[in-house]
Structure formats: C-alpha cells, structure tokens
Design a protein around this ligand. Structure first.
Ligand code: RB5
Length: 146
C-alpha cells in the first residue's frame, strides 16, 4: 500500500518507529511532516494526510500526536476519512474489521514503541469484514452528504 504518515512535535519520535514498521511490511511510505521538534499545530498535518487519502493519492494514513485525539478529530472533518484512535490492539483490529478505518491515529504519550508496532501491524493486516458492517459504513458516507 501507499501510506501517508504525519505527526506533530509530540509524535515525532514514534513516527520514525511507525515508518520503519510500515516499510518492513513492504508498504511505500511518504512522511508529510512535521520534521523537527518545534511546536506545531496537529490539524496542519491531519489535513495533509487526510486530504491525500481522500483524494486517492494514498491508500491509508497514519497520524500521531500526543494522544491521537486531536489528529482524529481533525482528520475526520475531511469527507471520506474514517480516522480511528487506536491505543491498543483490539481497537486496531475492530477499526479495520468493523469500521473500515482508513487512517490510524496513535498517541505517542499513551503507547510505547512496542505496543505501537503491534497496533500498526494489526491495522495494516486486518481486512474489513463487510456484510452488516459495510451497511453501517455506508450510513457514515450518507451522513457526510447531508
Ligand atoms: C500537543 O501538546 C498536544 O496537544 C497534541 O500532540 C495532541 O495530543 C492533541 O490532541
């Protein structure tokens, strides 16, 4: 898959771990910033990643801030984005299997690198189950059009 990854200053170190895990899984990764430790605003990076996924330039996105919350709130404002904060593995599995999430949000102040690696592996291997869950995802799409 082609994957866009972004973080704010709080997620910078974990972003490096995430990028190397994604590359080890064979994915093509673009790092859309931030690139240094200067304080910055997470919505700027949420926008870059979410718009890239929504436009089809990327198959999936990963966004990292202190908690994952700000990134997910911002990314979900972009139509077509289903961003899910997953700070443990069951959430990552369900985000894919039930919600067909296309952007994974991580909290660098919540999870360590080992747990984050397992979350990324899970999110990028579990398929959407379809069936009744596809009907529910379709209802989310309809909500966006109102
Ligand atoms: C930045 O201090 C922090 O607010 C941000 O990384 C994130 O946790 C917001 O949701």
């Amino acid at each position: 898959m082609k994957v866009a990854v972004g973080s704010d200053h709080g997620g910078l170190d974990l972003k490096e771990t995430v990028i190397s895990v994604l590359r080890s899984l064979g994915h093509e990764v673009d790092d859309l910033g931030t690139y240094d430790r200067n304080s910055c605003d997470y919505p700027d990076y949420a926008q870059k990643v979410a718009e890239g996924v929504a436009a089809g330039r990327y198959d999936r996105g990963v966004l990292i801030c202190g908690t994952g919350l700000g990134m997910s709130i911002a990314a979900n404002k972009v139509p077509g984005i289903r961003a899910a904060v997953c700070n443990e593995i069951y959430m990552a599995r369900m985000a894919r299997a039930h919600n067909d999430a296309n952007v994974l949000c991580l909290g660098a102040r919540v999870v360590g690198p080992g747990v984050a690696e397992e979350i990324v592996r899970t999110f990028f291997t579990v398929e959407h189950e379809g069936g009744r869950h596809a009907r529910r995802v379709e209802k989310i799409r309809l909500l966006e059009r109102r």
